[in-house]
Write a protein that binds this ligand. Structure first.
Ligand SMILES: Nc1ncnc2c1ncn2[C@@H]1O[C@H](COP(=O)(O)OP(=O)(O)OP(=O)(O)O)[C@@H](O)[C@H]1O
Length: 258
C-alpha cells in the first residue's frame, strides 16, 4: 500500500457499516401517463470490501441504481444512505465514492498524467502530491509508460484504464463502475476489469460493477440480478452461477456470496 494514497482506515467512519444502504428505494422518471418507474422497492447494502456485479437486461434499472448509490441522483421514494462513510454531504460522497463510466471521458488536451492528477488538484491536493499520486495510480494500472501520451494516442482499453486510475488515485472506499467494459472487446474488457479489481483490492475499496455480460459478472464475488427495476436476490445455494435466481423479500447484501 502506497502511503500517499488514502486507504480504508483513514477518517472517522464506522469500519463495518455499509458504505451504501438502500431502503425501499424507488426512482421514477417523469410524471403522469408517461412516467417510467426505473427502480422500485429496492433494499440493499454494500459492505466494506464487497465485490458485487449488478446484472440485468438493458433498461432493467442498473445505471439508475448505480447513480442513486453514488449520490448523482436522488430517489423519488425511500432512502439512500452511506452509514459507513464520513458525513453525507456531496463533498464527502465525492471523496469516498469513485464512479467509472462506460466511456473514459478523458480531457483531450491533457496528458494521461495530467488527466489523472486533475481531480486531485481540484480536491485541493498540492501539485507535487497530486502528481505523485497520479503516477502511483497509473503504475498500479500498468500504465507507467504512457503518462506523457494524449488521450487520442491511446487504445480504447488503455483509455479506460486511465479512467480507472483517475478514480482510484483519489483513494475511494467504494468504486461504482457502470458498464466499464461496455465499449471494449471481450478480451480487453476482461483485462480492464482485472486491473480494476486488483487495484481496488490493494486499496481495500468495495466495487460494484453493472454489466450485461455473465462472464464479467463471474469475476465478482457476489451477483445481484435486476429485472424491471427490481433487485432479485438469488436464493442461498444458488452457487453464484449465471442463473437469474428467484425473487425473495430479503435485503440484498454484498456481504453474502451468491
Ligand atoms: N433520464 C431518463 N428519463 C426517462 N427515462 C429514463 C431516464 N433514464 C433512464 N430511464 C428509463 O429508466 C429505465 C431504467 O434505465 P437504466 O438506464 O437504469 O437501465 P439499465 O439497466 O442501466 O440499462 P442499460 O443496460 O441499457 O444501460 C429504462 O426504462 C430507461 O428508459
Amino acid at each position: 500500500m502506497h502511503p500517499q494514497i488514502p486507504s480504508v482506515g483513514d477518517g472517522m467512519h464506522r469500519m463495518d457499516a455499509a458504505l451504501v444502504r438502500c431502503d425501499d428505494v424507488a426512482r421514477t422518471y417523469g410524471s403522469g401517463p408517461g412516467a417510467v418507474v426505473a427502480v422500485h422497492g429496492l433494499d440493499c447494502d454494500v459492505p466494506p470490501g464487497a465485490r458485487i456485479a449488478v446484472v440485468g437486461p438493458s433498461g432493467s434499472g442498473k445505471s439508475t441504481l448505480l447513480h442513486l448509490m453514488a449520490g448523482l441522483d436522488r430517489p423519488t421514494a425511500g432512502t439512500v444512505s452511506h452509514p459507513g462513510l464520513d458525513g453525507a454531504d456531496a463533498g464527502a460522497l465525492a471523496r469516498h465514492i469513485g464512479v467509472v463510466f462506460q466511456g473514459p471521458s478523458l480531457l483531450p488536451p491533457l496528458t494521461v498524467a495530467e488527466n489523472v492528477a486533475l481531480p486531485l488538484r481540484i480536491d485541493g491536493v498540492p501539485d507535487t502530491e497530486a502528481d505523485e499520486r497520479a503516477q502511483v495510480a497509473l503504475a498500479r494500472l500498468g500504465l507507467a509508460d504512457l503518462v506523457r501520451r494524449l488521450p487520442d494516442e491511446l487504445s480504447a482499453g488503455q483509455a479506460q484504464r486511465v479512467a480507472v486510475a483517475r478514480v482510484l488515485a483519489r483513494g475511494p472506499r467504494l468504486v461504482l463502475a457502470d458498464e466499464p467494459t461496455g465499449q471494449l472487446d471481450r478480451s480487453t474488457g476482461r483485462q480492464v476489469l482485472a486491473v480494476l479489481l486488483g487495484a481496488a483490492r490493494e486499496l481495500g475499496a468495495a466495487v460494484v460493477v453493472t454489466t450485461h455480460d455473465p462472464r464479467i459478472a463471474g469475476e465478482l464475488d457476489v451477483r445481484w440480478y435486476m429485472a424491471d427495476g427490481r433487485l432479485i436476490r438469488p436464493e442461498a445455494g444458488d452457487g453464484g452461477d449465471d442463473r437469474t435466481g428467484h425473487p425473495t423479500d430479503q435485503r440484498a447484501s454484498g456481504g453474502e456470496k451468491t
